[in-house]
Design a protein around this ligand. Structure first.
Ligand code: M6R
Length: 608
C-alpha cells in the first residue's frame, strides 16, 4: 500500500528512484512522484497515473542530484491527482515528504496548522506532516521530524528530505514497513527490498516508532524518545532474477507457472519419510506447547483466509483439533475467547497486512501464542510472531495471489502432519500424506501443460458478466478462491458457494448459458456434486467442471471438463485451484485488464 524509495550516495539519484518505483508499483499505482535536492534547491515532480507517466514527465529533464525520495501511491486521503500525489512539500518549499499509512488525527492537526497560518492545499494527510516538520524545524531535520511525529497518531512509513540538509534522508516508521539498504558509499530506504535489490541485499529493518538518519556512508537509528538503537544488518536471500518477469507477459502468469518449484521449496528439508512426519524448524521450540493445544484459531484476510479454510479441514480431519477460521478484520474488534489451550495461527503472504497484524497483536495481548505462516522474510508479522513457518514462495508481485496460496496450503498440510503424528495419525498415514505431497509438483505441471485448453474456455466465456463457482468439502474454499481471482483481475462478478447451498438462493441467478464452474473431483461427495450439476443444467446453465483424470462419465453431463490428476482427497485444492487461476488470468488478458495491477487494489494492505 504505497511504495517508498529513497537514495543518497555517489550515483545520480533519479534513475535509481524511478527503477525503485517501478519495482514497488505493485504496492500502489494511482500516482507517483519524486523529490530531489538540486543546486538551486528542492525540486519535485509528480503526476497522477502510473510510474510510466512520471517517467515521461521527466524525460527531457536532467537532474544532477545524488539525494532524493520517491513514491507510488494507493490513495487513502484525496482522489488520485497531481496535487495529491506524493511528495508533499511544506510551505517554504524546502521539505519534501513521502508517506505510506494513515494519519488518524490529521483533521485536528490541520486545524492547528491553519490557525497558525499554514495553507494546506492538498486533500492528503501527508501534507500535514510536511508542514508540521517545517513548524518544528530549527536547523536539524531529524529533530524536526521527531517533534512532528510526536504529534501524529496513526500509521506511517515516511522518508523526508530538506534542501538545507542535502547530506541526509530522514526516515521513520510506525505500523508500515520500511527498511534501510546498505550499500558502499550509498544507502537506500525503501518499503521493501525489491526496490533496491539491484544495488544491495544488505538490509536493516526499521522498527515501529523509530527514526533513521541516513547519509551516504552511514545511518543512525533512534526511537522517537531519542534512545539510540542498533539493529543487525541482515542479508536477504531474494535475487534480482526472482523479481523479474522472465519472459512472461505478466508476473501473475510467471507466478502461476512457478508453482511446481515453489511447492518443492516449501517442502525442501522438511519431510521425514522414514518416520512419516515432518520437521519445521520454526516450530521446534514450541513442540511441547503444540502437543497440549486444544483448539486453533486461524486468522487471515483474502486469499490467505481461503488457505486457512483448507487448513481447518486438514487439521480437523487429521490432527483432530477443533479449528476456527477468522477474518482478521473482524477478530480484532471482537472479544475472542482465548484460553491456555488455544493456539493462534496467522497467515499472511506479505506479513504486513494491517488487519492481520493487529489481530495477531490482539491475540498475543490476550495471552495466546501467535505462530505465523508468512512468505516475506523479515516482515513485521514474521518478526512479531512467537514462531512460525516461512512458505518460501519467493517474491509474489502480481496483486492477485497465486503461488503464495498453494504454498500456504502446503505449509498447513505439513503442520497437519506434524500435529497429527503427535496425536492420532499412524506412521502409515503420515507416510502416505508425505508421498502425496511429493507427487504434487509433477501433477501441477501436467495441468500447466494443458493451458491451451483452459485458455480456449476463457475465450468462450470472457464476455460474460456473472460467474458462479461451486465446490464442496475441502474444495469449497477453492470455489471461493476461484471466484476471488476472477473478480479481482477481470472485474467480472463472481460468487463462490458450497455446491449444496446453491439451492438456498444463488440458484435464482442461473440464466441460460450462465457459466458455472464446479469442482467435481472423484471423491467421497462426488455423487452429491453431480446432483448439484444436474440442478444447474436443468436451468440451462453452462457447467465447466474440474474433474479427476479418467472420469469419462462427467464429460457427458457438463459443457466443458478440465481434468486434473488424481490425488489424495484432502490435497485436491492444490491441483483444483491451478485451472481456476489460469482461467481467471486468461479472461483478464482477453478483457484487456492490467492483470498485475488491478484497479483499486494493492498488493500489501497496510491500512485498516
Ligand atoms: O499479504 P496477505 O496474505 O496478508 O494479504 C491478504 C489479502 O490482502 C490478499 O490475499 C488479497 O486478498 C489478494 N489480492 C488476493 O489475491
Amino acid at each position: 500500500m504505497c511504495g517508498i524509495v529513497g537514495y543518497i550516495g555517489h550515483q545520480k539519484a533519479t534513475p535509481i528512484l524511478i527503477e525503485g518505483l517501478k519495482r514497488l508499483e505493485y504496492r500502489g499505482y494511482d500516482s507517483a512522484g519524486i523529490a530531489l535536492v538540486e543546486k538551486e534547491g528542492l525540486i519535485h515532480e509528480k503526476a497522477a497515473g502510473k510510474v510510466k507517466t512520471l517517467e515521461e514527465l521527466l524525460i527531457n529533464k536532467t537532474f544532477a542530484s545524488h539525494i532524493g525520495i520517491a513514491h507510488t501511491r494507493w490513495a487513502t486521503h484525496g482522489v488520485p491527482s497531481d496535487l495529491n500525489a506524493h511528495p508533499q512539500v511544506d510551505h517554504t518549499g524546502n521539505i519534501a515528504v513521502v508517506h505510506n499509512g494513515i494519519i488518524e488525527n490529521y483533521r485536528t492537526l490541520k486545524e492547528v496548522l491553519e490557525r497558525k497560518g499554514y495553507n494546506v492545499i492538498s486533500d492528503t494527510d501527508t501534507e500535514i506532516i510536511a508542514h508540521l516538520i517545517s513548524m518544528y524545524y530549527e536547523g536539524c531535520l531529524t529533530e524536526a521530524v521527531r517533534m512532528a511525529l510526536s504529534q501524529v497518531e496513526g500509521t506511517y512509513a515516511i522518508a523526508v528530505i530538506d534542501s538545507r540538509s542535502p547530506e541526509k534522508v530522514v526516515a521513520a516508521r510506525n505500523g508500515a514497513p520500511l527498511l534501510i539498504g546498505q550499500g558502499e558509499g550509498e544507502n537506500f530506504v525503501a518499503s521493501d527490498v525489491a526496490a533496491i535489490l539491484r544495488y544491495t541485499n544488505k538490509v536493516v529493518y526499521i522498527e515501529d516508532k523509530e527514526i533513521a538518519t541516513i547519509t551516504a556512508n552511514d545511518f543512525r537509528i533512534s526511537t522517537i524518545e531519542k534512545i539510540d538503537i542498533t539493529h543487525k544488518v541482515e542479508e536477504v536471500g531474494w535475487t534480482l532474477e526472482m523479481i523479474e518477469k522472465a519472459g512472461h507477459e505478466y508476473f501473475m502468469h510467471k507466478e502461476i507457472h512457478e508453482q511446481p518449484e515453489t511447492l518443492r521449496n516449501a517442502m525442501r528439508g522438511r519431510l521425514n519419510l522414514e518416520e512419516g512426519t515432518v520437521r519445521l524448524n520454526g516450530l521446534t521450540d514450541h513442540l511441547d506447547d503444540l502437543s497440549k493445544i486444544k483448539r486453533i484459531i486461524i486468522i487471515a484476510c483474502g486469499t490467505s483466509w481461503h488457505a486457512a479454510l483448507i487448513g481447518e479441514y486438514l487439521l480437523e480431519e487429521y490432527a483432530k483439533i477443533p479449528v476456527e477460521v477468522e477474518y482478521a478484520s473482524e477478530f480484532r474488534y471482537r472479544s475472542p475467547i482465548i484460553d491456555e489451550g488455544t493456539l493462534v495461527l496467522v497467515i499472511s503472504q506479505s506479513g504486513e497486512t494491517a488487519d492481520t497484524l493487529a489481530a495477531m497483536r490482539e491475540a498475543q495481548r490476550r495471552g495466546a501464542k501467535g505462530l505465523g505462516i508468512v512468505n516475506v522474510v523479515g516482515s513485521t508479522i514474521a518478526r512479531e510472531s512467537d514462531g512460525g513457518v516461512y512458505i518460501h514462495a519467493g517474491p509474489e508481485i502480481g496483486v492477485a495471489s497465486t503461488k503464495a496460496f498453494t504454498s500456504q496450503i502446503m505449509v498447513l498440510s505439513l503442520i497437519t502432519i506434524l500435529l497429527g503424528r503427535m496425536r492420532n495419525i499412524s506412521y502409515n498415514m503420515g507416510k502416505e500424506m508425505i508421498e502425496a505431497l511429493q507427487s504434487l509438483p509433477e501433477k501441477i505441471q501436467t495441468i500447466l501443460d494443458n493451458e491451451e485448453q483452459i485458455k480456449g474456455i476463457a475465450e468462450t466465456y470472457y464476455k460474460h458478466n456473472n460467474f458462479l463457482y461451486l465446490g464442496r468439502g475441502v474444495n469449497f474454499p477453492v470455489a471461493l478462491e476461484g471466484a476471488l481471482k476472477l473478480k479481482e483481475i477481470s472485474y467480472i462478478h463472481a460468487e463462490g458457494y458450497p455446491a449444496a447451498e446453491m439451492k438456498h438462493g444463488p440458484i435464482a441467478l442461473i440464466y441460460e448459458n450462465m457459466p458455472v464452474v464446479v469442482i467435481a473431483t472423484r471423491d467421497s461427495i462426488y455423487d452429491k456434486v453431480m446432483s448439484n450439476i444436474a440442478q444447474v443444467k436443468a436451468r440451462n446453465g453452462n457447467v465447466i467442471a474440474i474433474a479427476t483424470e479418467g472420469d469419462t462419465e462427467i464429460a457427458e453431463r457438463v459443457n466443458h471438463v478440465i481434468y486434473i490428476p488424481k490425488i489424495k482427497q484432502c490435497f485436491t485444492p492444490l491441483l483444483a485451484v491451478i485451472p481456476l487461476q489460469l482461467m481467471a488470468y486468461h479472461m483478464a488478458v482477453l478483457r484487456e485488464c492490467n492483470v498485475d495491477q488491478p484497479r483499486n487494489l494493492a498488493k500489501s494492505v497496510t491500512v485498516e
